[in-house]
Structure formats: structure tokens, C-alpha cells
Design a protein. Sequence first.
Length: 312
Amino acid sequence: MEASGLAMGVTWTLKAVTLPGLGPEVLARTVQGRLDAVVREMSPWEPTSHISAFNRAPAGAWLDLPEGFAQVMACALEMARLGRGAFDPTIGALTDLWGFGPAGPVAAPPTPERIEAALARAGWARLAFEVKPPRLRQPGGLELDLSGIAKGFAVDLAARALLALGVRHFLLEVGGELRGEGLKPGGLPWWVELERLEGEVDGQSPVVLALCGLSVATSGDYRRYMIHEGRRLAHTLDPRTGRPSERGVACVSVLHAEAMVADAWCTLLSVVGAEEGLALCAAHNVPARFLVQTKKGLEERLSPAFQALLED
């Protein structure tokens, strides 16, 4: 059985083993409802969302967080700590400045002065986050941007809802991020092929993975970017410099049990690049595949944990 829809500015698809009394309409409503709930809480494009309310709040104000929002913030701040600021959920002003946020596209890169001003408003360490009850303090002028993690959380949220209905075997894809549970009819795993990019080595075998209780997220500079004076500037901003990352990562894919975590790791690794990223992956046992731009074209680099998966 299959279902599909639109949410978060992307398409989603579901393949599931059917259960008595659960038709495609029920499953579609379940998935769509969870994805829409994440938009209502965490989309800065929605003026009534919780994230928009926080971004407008005066200095010193505390915002009570829904459970899902709190889960995302906890993970985002942990990733910020692990990446020493290379992942930062507080760069909303920078995202808008570069034309990748709700303010819409811009014709040219911002001036260094404007970048410095936006950087001064950011900084994950400025946030005060309390877990019980979950709430977040606006230090003044700070704008959240959860685009590097929220879509992954939406995948997890929809997957948990399907499992709660008793659906044990499914493959869910939301804008290129996937989560597989159980097996296909006939007992085969949910095999997925990682995206191939123009410029990959001819004859290179596709990378195919079995998603059994696993998620895979992929981030790349080929999806959203700005062309300026013949250069492609990726939408992945380095929070430490306020500018698009220039580490040569064309694409990175990460596997994890939680799509939220895989999504966040993709964002972080795209910023720091393959050399630093592979060291982080080795330290934290993260399965990741990099495609890196070199003078010879795209080169594949695998973390030890990813290599081990291919050898199993």
C-alpha cells in the first residue's frame, strides 16, 4: 500500500504493509497530520508558529515549548556542543540575510558589515533552555532556525504515529530523508539507494542500504544555493563565519536510528568538511558517506562505521 502528500515544502511518500481496517486514507492522514504539526511549531514561514513567536519575543521573555519542540532543541543544543558551534540553531537572521529564509531570495551576498551584525545576534550559548517544564529564554534579537534538524524530527514523529497504529513494516520518505521499519512483503528488507550526483565516477556501483529500524538523511549543495559571479554558494551556512561553507562537500549521507539525529549530523558534517567530519564520525561512531569536490571530480570518503555497514 502506498500514500503520498505535500508538507514542509517537499513531497512525502509512504510504502507500508497493509493491516485490516487501515486503508491508505487513514495512513495518509496520520503522516500528514504529524508533518503539519511540526510546521505549526517549528516553521519560521508560519507567522503563528511557536518558533515565530520566539523570534518576535522581547529580551528576557520565556517561551513554553511543546514536547516535540523541546526534543528538537535538546538535540540541537547537544549537536552545537559536539560541533563547537559548527551546528547552531540560532542563525535565523543569517539565513534570512543570505536569502535562504522566509524573507526570500537576495540578488547578491550580504556585505561583511551586515554579516557581522547578524552574527552578533546569533549564538547557541546565549540560549537558556530548561527541560522541566520545557521552556526557552529569548536573550534579545535572537532568531531560531531549525531547518537543519526539524525535517528529520518530522520523519521520526510520523514513524512513531504509524507504529502506534500497529503498522510495523513501512518505508517513509520526506524530502529525501528516509526511515524504514520491519520488512517488505516477502521478507526482504527495505533497500534504498543513496542519491547519485552528476560528476560521480563512471562505473561506480550505487550505494544500497537496508533500512531496518534505521533512518538515512542526505544533505548537499546541489539542492539550494545562490549563483554569484559564477560561483555556487550553498545554503549550508557556517555559523562560525556567517558565510556559506566552502569545505568542498557536495553531498553527505548519515545513518542513525533517529532521522532527527541523522539530519543534524548531515548539517554539521556539511559545514566542517570531510577531514574534520571524518574525525568527528570516528569519535562518535557515526556512519557517514561524503562526496567531496576535488580537482579530479567527486571523490567518495567513508567513515569507519559506514564502511563497516557495507562489509556486513
